[in-house]
Design a protein around this ligand. Sequence first.
Ligand SMILES: Nc1nc2c(ncn2[C@@H]2O[C@H](COP(=O)(O)OP(=O)(O)O)[C@@H](O)[C@H]2O)c(=O)[nH]1
Ligand SMILES: [Mg+2]
Length: 443
Amino acid sequence: MNPIMLETSQMLKGHPLLSEKENYKLKYISALEYFVQKYSADDPWAMQTLRLYIKKLLGSENNYEYSNFSLQHDIKSVLATKFRPFKFFSYRYCLIVDCIFICAYGDKEKGEQIFAELSSIYHKRYQKKIRQVFDSLYDSSISTDEIDQIQYLKTCWKENRAFVESKPIKVLVTANMSAGKSTLLNALIGKKVNKTQNDACTAKIHNIVNKPYEDGFCYELDNLLVLDADYNTLMEDSSDNHSSEITVGTFFRTVGRTSKRVWFIDTPGVNSSQDIEHRLLAEKTICNTDSDLLIYLLNGENIGTEDDRKHLLFILEHYHGNILFVVNKLDRFRKKEDSIEETLNAVVSDLTDIGFEAPNVVPVSSYAAYLAKMNIFAESLNEDEQDEYDRMLRKLKKPEYQLDAYYPDTVKTDIRIDSDDESHQLLLHSGLLHLENMIYNMR
Ligand SMILES: Nc1nc2c(ncn2[C@@H]2O[C@H](COP(=O)(O)OP(=O)(O)O)[C@@H](O)[C@H]2O)c(=O)[nH]1
Ligand SMILES: [Mg+2]
């Protein structure tokens, strides 16, 4: 499988076939399956994407059964011109776009084989145009604007191509257990993709990669490829995965910014008492990474531990790129006893003593950010979460807890929140928007 597929959004949300009659959809999908079986039967992306098409276009997989599709006999009705009020309509160009998307995305050689077989069925008068459509799939300078039926698909196509043509921003995240790493990642992604409060997980690197636009599907490659992973699939690691990696591809829900190609590389907590394997894997990843940024997450409730000191010394010795130190859980501060500003200054001076030169230290409340995003994106909160949300709202209204204020002025410049709504304000004061700004502006 081509790994960029995990960063590629599906084209099903506005697919022109959605409004077609069941009978026609069945034939169209059979035509797709003919090509998948012939050219991509060993490619999990193709097989699973075909299943998504079936589910999304037909409502359920039960309504469909593939039986020997004959290209010569059965394709005619798929390619036929249909009569619509005031116009003629056909899906003949959709079919080539879908076939290439599923079977030969980014692989022109294979695409040419599919094209040769498919186009041989088309009437002479469509030959020139189908070639133009095909070429446009591999060469973005070729326009197909005049072909109405594929406009939606081509818009998706262009967004997908442009996305993976940009260089990814790779962000490695490391922390000791319970610093809130999973919560922070869920907040950044705007979805619950990581288990929180969980120490018995397998020693795995979780790569979480963005997609150009929301297609409603969460991909997970964990031994098997699943393209519509539900909550339970995401939370359970497969025991059949003998590699040290799991990759999740999903659209990151952010507020007020355009999507960018970002990879989060989530390493296991380093001080797991159960399992030294976690630390070794995290350390190995830190030594070998070519990331653009390393986020070291510190637990603001528990700063200056020996575990942190050890891990910091390891990083000082073995990692030589950009580091951002993020102090989490600052919503937990008690005003009488601590000051956020003094704490942040103390962290800077501790890190300097350890040997980091002019360390960048910023605050966040990952949990407040997560709850705010859940609210903004209309996800329901359970009772405990609702209580926490209310508590966070009250707390982060107070000026000294408004964590965005502690960020450098250069980061603040282009942050805009168009809404006075309370969850938008909570998100702002959680510091997450500023943190996102630092990450997304790496490139
Ligand atoms: N109050 C508060 N609790 C947090 C915050 N971030 C994480 N937590 C809690 O800290 C615990 C550990 O978080 P988790 O994300 O699982 O930590 P990890 O072990 O680093 O992945 C969970 O109970 C979280 O709800 C935060 O910013 N504020
Ligand atoms: Mg975790």
